[in-house]
Design a protein around this ligand. Sequence first.
Ligand SMILES: [Zn+2]
Ligand SMILES: [Zn+2]
Length: 432
Amino acid sequence: MVLRRSQNTSCNIISHTPSVIALLERIQQSHVLCEQKEKLYHLKYKCIFLLLLIPILCFLKCHTRIYNAWVGPFHLNLDSFIEHWKIYSGDLEIERSFLVGLFSFDKEYLQIELGENQIDNDTYNMYFVYFRHPMYNQLLYTFNPIKESSITNLSKKLFVKLPTYLTSHFHKRLPYRFEQFNSNTLKCIIRQLDISSEVDNIKLMKSMHIKIIEEIYDQNATEFNMKVINQCGILLGYLYDCQNEIVFSPSSNQRYKFSDFVAAFDASSSYSPYMSYLFGGLFYELEQLRQRQEAIRTREEQRRYRLALFIEEEERIQRLNQEVDFEQIWNRVPSASPRFIANFRLEDPKIVNSQLCETNCSICLETLQPDEHYSQWPCPAQHVFHYNCMLNVLRRQNSCPLCRHLVEAAPLPSLDVVWRNFLFRVASRVAN
Ligand SMILES: [Zn+2]
Ligand SMILES: [Zn+2]
């Protein structure tokens, strides 16, 4: 401001000599340069902050949590799960540089596809978790071994912890990513759900298989979990060391403690690390907000588009009316403005309810019937008319038929213009 004021004053005093103008331009340029430098300085610190933040977020494995919360569990088929299990059990060492380890996904929450009949359901090989004690006879979880030899032959033994009917997890609709399963697993699921004949006949595509499976799963999650999970070997969960579990062996009702050479895949509870909630929730909320704003914007655009269409239509109707209805112009009775009528048409008409059934529409003099459309004049008394009756009145006059309350008027053409147009039309008809 000071600079500009000084420029103005100097310009007034010195009558625009070229050297003064050049000097002022140089001052102006240096001022702009200073501003740019300041902006760059701030931008540099923002970039440094971001660069520091990304490794911290990666160190906290936020990207893995976001993936789990957003996409779901990491899918592993039998082969890739065997590799994963080898690494977990220590039979396979993988050398990863610090940077690769920092940015790669930490596959904890898994969807594993063991295949049909891979889970051992022989009670003599299983371990049990009871509510309090076996004497209450309330079995909560079972630890089942896996039959696949390439899993059992490793240095650690793997069990699958499965929920029973008494746990809430057994009845949950789990977030399976069915599109990741191979055709054998999908066929197994279809067989277990007893929809095989229908599907074989129609020879549906994989996507259709999945659609049917998901529909059935949505309808009855308990039945699906009971029939499919164990039989087809599809598990959702995570690997953990299960030495702290209080289990009972099948042969006796004695407590049993797993050795250090045992681990389990917990398919009996939801995997929900706090980070998933934090970041997944945050991203979910942001996405919801974005979608809501998008929907509002689309609605606004549609409304604007329809409003413009209605205004155009009403202007056309008014032009046609003015050509034939001389009485209205002669009496200087303006109709409601095209914009007002367009806005009126944009609002959804109200439906007559039982309270309004006895009301008379003073335009057509008929009683309002249930389920008919009605509207109210924006007058203090809010007089009620049929929707179509009110629309017709608005196209002829801008005052309430009952209380003369005025709404925005359309401009009336002058009588001169109307006469000139009328005479021109008559003359052209005579000429034809
Ligand atoms: Zn009416
Ligand atoms: Zn009124």
